[in-house]
Ligand binder design. Structure first.
Ligand code: G3P
Length: 471
């Protein structure tokens, strides 16, 4: 039974929810299920404490964050073990996520020093006299609601919390249900730094009970959400005129041109499609290949997928582990069964509880369910294109527009395609992925709203204020 502080005192909670381990499908832990009344109390306190927090300097706020970054690394073994059990992330990937997050925090603190306002004179405008000087600076928005997903429960929580805090905001942090245990643990580490109470407030519980209330609360000044597109759309519809940054779903295509280096390309695609069992918004979720290369690509993909290790033992760092829950495994399995009715299975279509074996299906029609939806699991469709413009059209038919990868060696072809893909990031000869974390990260269409990446994240959580001096 996990407990945590509300208004700086550890509470006895009336209701708890079970966290089910994807590995055993048994209860792993219980976390508090907060009420509407708890949420009100937390928002009131976050609002009150934010004003004091914003009075501190960047260095003073940064000292707590840097101490937190060091504690995360110091406790990475303990934290990684929780992630293995709570979200079935391999131990190695869990540790990597924690170290990446620590680095993210430190870079964010440093980057904040470089977010500098400016001064402007009325002389710098048509016919302007010299009578006015504008001094512009960035100020915090206030209370930030950070909602993180199950698949990166540390990194995609902190990529919201760290920029918000260093910019002078306070945080109400709602982790995904599976991700609540690790969420509670990383907030406890932040509290160990001595940060003032009420600046970071965790809220766990049922999204159906408090989700809309959290997003529509009158005291929230900004919402940063990572998760499914449907939930993102709902947040946008219930939130009240507050700025949003939404990192949503994707259907990232790997477009293989005829002159691609297939040895490298096939390995890269398999890694991009199947890491964390495909449970990544930036996973490669479809392969577009021309008739010329298709047969060879199919054969090479089969051989590469055969090398993937599949296991429930996430301490052994398998390539493929169990999906996050039974519902997700059923969904992915259902998509596979539907797809193979009128397309051709190359490898996979095997399941053991939440474990879905890596599956590749070819001759998938561009308007079929598997070509369109985001399974969020280890299934990869191969779609044939006639020519480069056809490949561009297939990519752009998707309602998603997160990233795409284009593999080829002619820079003119690569640029021709890149300039026509309706996605936030185009990767030349590299798999789709978020990061390095100083890069912008943006979703077009149903893949998101607003921009992430450290500098964009910082500026999205501040507003510009101008003081005009009249001479
Ligand atoms: O699904 C979350 C998305 O941010 C994936 O991140 O680093 O695996 O590309 P990454």
């Amino acid at each position: 039974m996990y407990k945590y502080k509300i208004k700086n005192e550890t509470r006895e909670f009336e209701k708890y929810i079970s966290i089910i381990s994807p590995i055993t499908n048994d209860e792993y832990a219980k976390v508090p299920s907060l009420s509407i009344k708890d949420v009100d109390e937390i928002y009131d306190y976050a609002k009150e404490q934010q004003k004091l927090w914003a009075e501190l300097t960047i260095s003073q706020r940064g000292a707590f964050l840097i101490a937190w970054a060091d504690l995360l690394v110091e406790k990475k073994v303990y934290l990684a073990n929780i992630m293995v059990n709570e979200i079935a992330k391999s131990y190695k990937d869990a540790e990597t996520e924690i170290v990446r997050t620590s680095e993210y925090i430190k870079y964010t603190v440093e980057q904040m020093y470089r977010i500098i306002g400016q001064n402007t004179s009325s002389e710098n405008y048509y016919g302007g006299n010299k009578g006015k000087i504008a001094i512009t600076k960035y100020v915090p928005l206030g209370v930030v609601l950070a909602i993180s997903p199950f698949n990166y429960p540390v990194n995609l929580a902190v990529t919201k919390i760290a920029p918000a805090l260093i910019a002078g905001n306070s945080i109400v942090f709602k982790p995904a249900t599976q991700g609540s245990v690790i969420g509670i643990e990383i907030i406890k580490l932040l509290e160990q730094t001595g940060i003032m109470p009420g600046v970071v407030n965790i809220v766990t519980g049922s999204g159906s009970e408090i989700g809309d209330y959290l997003s529509s609360h009158e005291l929230v000044d900004f919402i940063s959400f990572t998760g499914g597109s449907k939930t993102g759309e709902n947040i946008a519809s219930v939130s009240k005129m507050v700025p949003l940054v939404l990192e949503l779903g994707g259907k990232d295509a790997a477009i293989i041109l005829d002159d691609a280096d297939l040895d490298f390309t096939i390995k890269d695609i398999v890694s991009g499609a199947f890491s964390y069992s495909g449970q990544r918004c930036t996973a490669i979720k479809r392969v577009l290949v021309s008739t010329k290369n298709k047969k060879l690509v199919e054969e090479m993909l089969i051989e590469e997928v055969k090398k993937l290790t599949v296991s429930n033992d996430m301490m052994a760092n398998p390539n493929i582990g169990p999906l996050i829950d039974v519902k997700s495994a059923n969904y992915v399995d259902g998509i596979i069964q539907e797809a193979i009715k009128d397309a051709d299975l190359l490898i996979g279509n095997k399941r053991e509880n939440n474990l879905i074996y890596p599956t590749i299906i070819t001759n998938v029609k561009r308007d079929s369910e598997l070509a369109i939806v985001e399974p969020f699991g280890p299934v990869l469709p191969i779609i044939e294109y006639d020519n480069i413009n056809d490949a561009i059209s297939i990519n752009n038919e998707s309602k998603y527009g997160l990233q795409a990868s284009v593999y080829g060696n002619n820079i003119n072809d690569l640029m021709y395609i890149a300039e026509r893909l309706e996605v936030g990031t185009i990767n030349f000869n590299g798999k789709t992925s978020r990061g390095p974390d100083n890069f912008p990260f943006i979703g077009f269409k149903n893949s998101g709203m607003g921009a992430q990446g450290i500098e964009h994240a910082l500026k999205s959580m501040m507003k510009v204020q101008t003081i005009v001096i009249n001479k």
